[in-house]
Design a protein around this ligand. Structure first.
Ligand code: MN
Length: 291
């Protein structure tokens, strides 16, 4: 077993708004150099760093839009998000909760600040990750895994802190969400001076997002809050130590190594399938949802 070294520690790019409710720094695909392939199967990561929203009578967010060909995973650290979709589904993602939505062949949905939370305003911090689906599952039926914080598998690390195992495995324990390809997703919630060790196959694409605090990786590399740590595809093991109380989102997944053709909210394997997605959307085959 050899050490998985840090390839780069990336500072957040300037934030932009998604709708009027999500002020995000994009880390994946990032720039041209980074692209959707580098962290395959994680093809998009938007990070809403901690931001204060003033009270608003009308909830801010993103209006009705479609998705096809992948999954959206929303992790709430501060604030509350409400969503509705064209199948009549909906729910609230509160602090510490995770929503794992398999868009697959297609949903229409809208995402916005929860009504009562919006009236109060407050600190808001979220991550949304798009997890690509293997081609054989891209046109399967949509589904939700709405995972309350109390349902997320916790791994006790003693005085170091604990892990929230959202998906995948850690030391033989199994995460809460089911996935369509092998991947690991977890929040390391570490106390000051606390340490955690991780081990993933070297060909798995692996990264860490520092959601809170400052950390040291492999005893020498430093990363501060809101920075994204990309690991080399060499070696398996790395350690994270919290220089102060820290929350670190860890991602590691086996690349699908399939062709990626994306256009806006559709991610498929060929241009033809993207054209089909537009046609289906325009013909109302994604259903209907009121604005
Ligand atoms: Mn969406």
């Amino acid at each position: 077993m050899t050490t998985k070294k840090v390839e780069s520690v990336m500072a957040p790019k300037p934030a932009h708004f998604v709708g009027d409710g999500f002020r995000v720094h994009n880390f994946i695909p990032g720039d041209q150099r980074f692209g959707m392939k580098r962290m395959d199967p994680f093809i998009m990561l938007d990070y809403n760093a901690k931001h204060y929203f003033e009270p608003s009578e009308s909830p801010k967010g993103v209006g009705v839009h479609p998705h096809r060909g992948f999954e959206t995973v929303t992790i709430a650290y501060h604030g509350k998000v409400q969503h509705h979709d064209s199948s009549g589904g909906g729910g609230i993602i509160g602090e510490g909760d995770v929503q794992w939505m398999t868009a697959a062949k297609g949903v229409l949905h809208k995402e916005y600040h929860e009504k009562e939370w919006s009236k109060q305003g407050g600190w808001f911090q979220m991550v949304q990750i798009w997890v690509n689906l293997p081609s054989v599952y891209k046109m399967s039926c949509p589904k939700y895994q709405s995972i309350k914080n109390s349902e997320i598998k916790k791994i006790d690390l003693g005085e170091n802190g604990f892990l929230e195992l959202i998906a995948g495995n850690y030391n033989g324990e199994k995460g809460s969400a089911t996935t369509f390809s092998p991947l690991h997703m977890m929040n390391a919630k570490l106390n000051k001076g606390g340490k955690a060790e991780f081990s993933f196959p070297e060909h798995y694409n692996t990264a860490a997002l520092v959601v809170e605090g400052n950390i040291t990786i492999n005893t020498t590399e430093k990363a501060t809050q809101d920075h994204f740590v990309l690991f080399e595809n060499v070696g398996e093991n790395f350690t994270i130590e919290a220089d102060e109380n820290a929350i670190v989102l860890i991602l590691s997944g086996e690349p699908l190594n399939e062709n990626i053709v994306s256009h806006g909210p559709f991610v498929m394997n060929s241009k033809k399938e993207i054209m089909q997605a537009f046609e289906d959307f325009n013909l109302g085959r994604f259903g209907y949802l009121e604005d």
